[in-house]
Design a protein around this ligand. Structure first.
Ligand SMILES: *Cc1c(COP(=O)(O)O)cnc(C)c1O
Length: 223
């Protein structure tokens, strides 16, 4: 199986526009497989859980130019550790979490890059803002001066058709455009973190700037 991860990464890169950042999702993936992806040129890696990330990052200290991204729901008691481990937090999913991150980031002198997680289709299983609530929270989000709010993140509900999936991605991009045009906010949402193994071509078509791929790179996860 040697070389399979590298081969998949090469194939994905060939079909991606150069401005799209490929993030390798390594939950339930071994440190050895992460090293193979690193050798193949990947520098952006994502984890969903703090504890799992903590252990792996400790074993990868010899690769200092990795950028770690958090993509899973963050519990308030793990915010401090998350700030120590991750450069990017894609899963900022409530005002309360944003404000706690902001407060602790200031204490730790960190400036995390964050995405605001939004739900453009109803999904009771997922965290994130629905649109009217996000629009209402914008002034208080903007006041979180230790956070570098860079964009929006979304996860498409399971089982949507191709056209409905594309619509979710396009609506996410349109929401970012709308917020960027609002005279009353200074937020500049340039990043769109959207697209996973089963839907990333549609996300790229709709303007994704960061895609988060696990199984396409590493194969099926075995819990
Ligand atoms: C697991 C996960 C991914 C990657 O999913 P794959 O289907 O393995 O590509 C992307 N984003 C989030 C938020 C995830 O939890």
């Amino acid at each position: 199986m040697t070389g399979l991860i590298a081969k998949r990464i090469t194939e994905i890169r060939q079909e991606l526009p150069p401005h799209v950042r490929l993030i390798a999702v390594t939950k339930q993936v071994s440190v050895d497989a992460i090293r193979q992806a690193y050798v193949a040129g990947v520098r952006d890696f994502a984890e969903s859980r703090i504890q799992e990330a903590d252990q792996k990052i400790a074993q990868l200290q010899d690769l200092p130019d990795i950028t770690w991204h958090l993509i899973g729901h963050l519990q308030s008691n793990k915010v401090k550790r998350a700030l120590e481990l991750f450069t990017w937090i894609h899963s900022v999913d409530s005002l309360k979490l944003a404000q706690r991150l902001d407060r602790l980031a200031a204490e730790l002198s960190r400036q995390p890059q964050v995405c605001l997680q939004v739900k453009l289709a109803p999904d009771p299983d997922k965290y994130g803002w629905i649109v009217p609530e996000l629009l209402a929270d914008l002034p208080q989000l903007e006041a979180c001066k230790s956070l570098k709010i860079q964009g929006l993140m979304t996860i498409v509900p399971l089982g949507l058709s191709r056209s409905n999936t594309l619509a979710v991605f396009e609506n996410t991009r349109n929401l970012a455009d709308k917020i960027n045009q609002q005279a009353e906010t200074n937020l500049c949402l340039q990043e769109l973190s959207m697209g996973m193994s089963n839907d990333y071509p549609l996300a790229v078509e709709a303007g994704a700037t960061m895609i988060r791929l696990g199984r396409t790179i590493f194969g099926e996860r075995t819990p």
